[in-house]
Design a protein around this ligand. Sequence first.
Ligand code: NAD
Ligand code: MG
Length: 407
Amino acid sequence: MAALRHLTILGSTGSVGINTLDVVARHPERFRIAALAARSRVDVLFDQCVRFRPDVAVMLEARAAEQLDHRLRSAGVECSVRCGTHALEQAAALPHVDTVMAAIVGIAGLRPTLAAAKAGKKVLLANKESLVTAGPVLMDAVREGGATLLPIDSEHNAIFQALPRAHQQGLESVGVRRVLLTASGGPFRMTPLRQLEHVTPDEACAHPTWVMGRKISVDSATMMNKGLEVIEAHWLFGAGADQIEVLIHPESVIHSLVEYVDGSVIAQLGNPDMRTPIAFALGFPERIDAGVEYLDLSRIGALHFERPDMKRFPCLKLAFAALRAGGSAAAVLNAANEVAVESFLDGRLSFSRIPALIESVLERTAPSAPRSLEDVLAADSEARLQAGRWLADARTGTRSVRKTRSA
Ligand code: NAD
Ligand code: MG
């Protein structure tokens, strides 16, 4: 029988968090929830605590934590309720925890993910933004902490499955020529370009094949999600920008592919359901039931592929450029994108202006070479400041040419 694993889920109330608990609930003999953490959805975290009985529950916001604590006490559920960013890091590094699902969205997930890596946990990485912004810092923490990093992003999980275990020695050494990341193309793959000016947040979040949180849904519509995944693939697999290709595949059945020097291409397929990569990583190296519907290719009939159009998806081009530029460029790209997406979701920026904001922030922010968490956070803050100025200028109709010093 497999040993009981003790889990922390960071971002348990989100789309990946809820899918993780769904898989966990199918295997009570394998997994026990030690800690659950989220930002502010008290109702959802309360229900999860009642059902999974974690030792610790963390809410980022103090008021939300107070409400949760009160409700749990009234219900007679024993649980230590904590709040704040430090509590998130503590939950990720609890001594009796061996596995941490990193499923907070955005750079907010960086500190706790780093804490899990430093503490030598098995880190299931959904929070791609932490690897995009702090690639070298996080990879060093994984090595130094003796942690295991397993990708949850379906594309990277697919590549991980299609690679031999020895790939850590370098892709060339295992005969890999390229990795191919598939992308659905999002809801606006066929929308006439001039209509993109007027699309609404709800339209952008109506993804054709995946049900996800709002930030990643908008990223999928702009294809910045694929851009972030290109950078993520670079850090996870040591692939250079020229070894990564993006392929639009609207059915989202092939989750990604690895091409070998002998012409073989190995792909991983399955219905688009995040419980497959989650179950793969939870059970690794064993396979466990994920509760997903099995793939019926005869019902699907045909699979389609096309190259992404960089005019339609300039964010993808910006991400490749940031990967090639190296240093702080990816952290700046990510910060500008987080501000742009939030502004779009709040109705302050049109969808078609998202790439313009990001490009301008990349131009205005002097590059640096972050070596520590603090350096990464400095580059992030500087980029947010520039993004704020760009938005203010756009509102007043002026164009600033401010250049900044190195972050
Ligand atoms: P979501 O918006 O549904 O959930 C985000 C979770 O993070 C919530 O539990 C929220 O409470 C928590 N959170 C947000 N800000 C926080 C903060 N400052 N402090 C603490 N907790 C905070 O997002 P999601 O779709 O589940 O995505 C989570 C991560 O997984 C993202 O990085 C995303 O790119 C990645 N991912 C998601 C999917 C998917 O299918 N949803 C697929 C691949 C990768
Ligand atoms: Mg993905």
